[in-house]
Design a protein around this ligand. Structure first.
Ligand SMILES: Nc1cc(-c2ccc3ccn(Cc4ccccc4)c3c2)n[nH]1
Length: 247
């Protein structure tokens, strides 16, 4: 998979050099290219923003630098067209389902903006040619799109074949379709068996796989009911029932 990110804060994307994504890049599983939007400005101040038509607070990112940057970055798009991922507070919710869909595409181009966003005509211009996805990572307001890019890239990269080590798996992730009937993960424990007089639940030391699975399912159900009752509503009763029968 190829990933391009166009940003006025390239240093914000440094975390893509470390950990899971950094290792995947080093192994050649991911080709990540970070571009500075200001490389496509031509004035003395490398201007990327201007005041909004119609008035109002803040500034809007000018279309010209984005147009030149996107033309340059997508120049070699032959049959393989990229998905343009535009982080925005007003986008489609980013979900595990969308992460899975994006992980199956060969090329993602991210356009994290700042200020009040990018001149709408840029989205329209490239929406005619590419698959443009405006994506929100949650119902809270950030100051720009770089943090969402880090979130989306990590969620997508960990789904790529061979990126997660054997010891880890995304099969039973929370939100992974069908995993644990879409319940949240339950609590996890490791050695020591007693820590500050706090013991690990006995069942987890029992070696009885059926009882361990039942404990984990019950804890997942309890935690989901407490924190995300909406997910219980969404749960397919048959999947829950299947889980019961499996245990
Ligand atoms: N889930 C999510 C995404 C964002 C986000 C993404 C990109 C940008 C670019 C500029 N801003 C600032 C902004 C604040 C409010 C209204 C418009 C723009 C951004 C915010 N916030 N929250």
């Amino acid at each position: 998979m190829r990933i391009d990110v166009i940003t006025i804060f390239p240093e914000y994307l440094e975390p893509l050099n470390v950990s899971l994504v950094g290792k995947a890049r080093a192994r050649g599983q991911l080709d990540v290219r970070i571009h500075n939007l200001r490389d496509w400005t031509h004035d003395r101040h490398n201007t990327v923003d201007d005041s909004p038509f119609g008035g109002g607070p803040g500034m809007v990112m000018k279309p010209e630098p984005w147009g030149e940057a996107l033309d340059a970055v997508t120049a070699e798009a032959g049959e393989q067209l990229p998905v343009l991922v535009v982080p925005t507070p007003s986008g489609l919710p980013f979900t595990q389902e969308l992460a899975v869909e994006l992980s199956e595409r060969p090329w993602l181009v991210f356009t994290p903006a700042r200020y009040e966003g990018i001149d709408r005509r840029v989205i329209e211009e490239y929406g005619d040619r590419f698959d443009v996805r405006e994506v929100s990572i949650g119902d809270y307001v950030l100051a720009g799109g770089e943090a969402p890019v880090l979130v989306i890239v990590e969620a997508v990269a960990r789904l790529l074949p061979g990126v997660l080590g054997n010891a880890e798996s995304h099969r039973d992730d929370s939100f992974a379709p069908g995993a644990m009937a879409d319940l949240l993960e339950g609590p996890v424990y490791t050695k020591p068996p007693v820590w500050r007089e706090r013991e690990v639940p006995e069942v987890l030391l029992s070696g009885h796989h059926g009882k361990v699975a039942r404990f984990r399912r019950d804890e997942a159900f309890r935690r989901t009911t407490a924190n995300r009752p909406d997910l219980i509503e969404r749960c397919d009763p048959a999947a829950l029932d299947k889980l019961d029968r499996k245990l």
